[in-house]
Write a protein of this length. Structure first.
Ligand SMILES: Nc1ncnc2c1ncn2[C@@H]1O[C@H](COP(=O)(O)OP(=O)(O)OP(=O)(O)O)[C@@H](O)[C@H]1O
Ligand SMILES: [Mg+2]
Length: 292
């Protein structure tokens, strides 16, 4: 059986289960991972968080929103035949653009430019909504890995999410750029939950200093709370596993970095969050915000 038919079967199975069980309709949680400065560890975090969430028997999907080189594909050792754009361009179904990655991580390539909202006709938008609907039944969590910077494309992706994880390192430039990103997000969508991860720390003091600056500045100048999601230690296992086609959190389960990822997954509270907005409502809202 090919991947697409396997997925179609999964959808059918899940839909039947939902109808039969009378359970409350569950919606997928959408988390975008971003930063200001590039190269701070967004993709490494996306892939490894997804790996440990999948290990908890949660259904997880990574959407690669990085429009340049797709590092998620390299890290997972997969090459998708289609991208998100092909939903419209080639009239593909959602199952056709999803690639089954290793260790229960599913993946969709954003494709060059994800979906250009301004290019979409009303009919296209309706079609996207119908196709996306299935994501609510297929997944518990969607992680969007974005590219660096505050370009229109990146910020647009972030508007689709229920919450954002802003990643920084302890470098002053990364910290400044992370704060700029938080400022823009606050201006664009105040209700968005923003979480912070400090990556590549050498000691706890470095983490405290960095997170304190960001949390305090956001509180004072933007009047908003940022949730502290913790830190990840500088650890050579991160680099060592890049071409292993397997996330370090699975390859080196006892490493310092994996311990940190485990803590962050706990902080994410994957058991308890309930989202009121369906994926369709998220997309509708996204069309509204990004079409100006
Ligand atoms: N905790 C860590 N310890 C050691 N090296 C790390 C750590 N986190 C990330 N790196 C390294 O930093 C580099 C950049 O990581 P990654 O590609 O995940 O960043 P990114 O933010 O996704 O970059 P881009 O902005 O280009 O998308 C990689 O070589 C990665 O191995
Ligand atoms: Mg990246």
């Amino acid at each position: 059986m090919d991947q697409a038919s396997k997925l179609r079967e999964m959808v059918k199975e899940k839909e039947n289960k939902d109808i039969n069980s009378n359970l409350e309709y569950e919606t997928v949680r959408v988390i975008a991972i971003t930063s200001g400065k590039g190269g701070v560890g967004k993709t490494s975090l996306s892939v490894n968080l997804a790996a440990l969430i999948a290990k908890e028997k949660k259904k997880v999907l990574i959407i690669d929103g990085d429009l340049g080189l797709s590092n998620v594909e390299i890290m997972l050792g997969i090459s998708p035949a289609y991208t998100m754009r092909d939903l419209i361009k080639k009239k593909k179904n959602i199952e056709d653009v999803i690639v089954k990655g290793p260790s229960g991580i599913d993946f969709i390539s954003g494709g060059n430019g994800f979906i250009d909202i301004l290019e979409l006709s009303d009919v296209d938008r309706e079609e996207i909504l119908i196709k996306m609907k299935k994501l609510d039944t297929l997944y518990d969590i969607i992680i969007i890995d974005t590219g660096a910077g505050i370009s229109k494309n990146v910020v647009s992706f972030l508007m689709l999410a229920d919450e954002v994880i802003v990643v920084t390192t302890t470098e002053p430039t990364a910290l400044m750029d992370a704060y700029s990103m938080i400022k823009i997000l606050t201006e664009k969508k105040r209700e968005l939950t923003i979480n912070l991860i400090v990556n590549r720390i050498r000691n706890i003091k470095e983490y405290r200093r960095t997170s304190n600056i960001i949390l305090k500045t956001a509180k004072e100048h933007l009047k908003r709370d940022i949730i502290d999601f913790g830190f990840v230690f500088e650890d050579e296992v991160v680099k060592n596993t890049i071409f292993k086609k397997m996330p370090f959190a699975l390859y080196y389960p006892n490493s310092k970095a994996t311990e940190c990822i485990r803590y962050i997954v706990k902080k994410m509270d994957t058991e308890n969050k309930k989202y009121e907005k369906s994926i369709i409502e998220k997309f509708k809202n996204w069309f509204k915000i990004t079409s100006g």
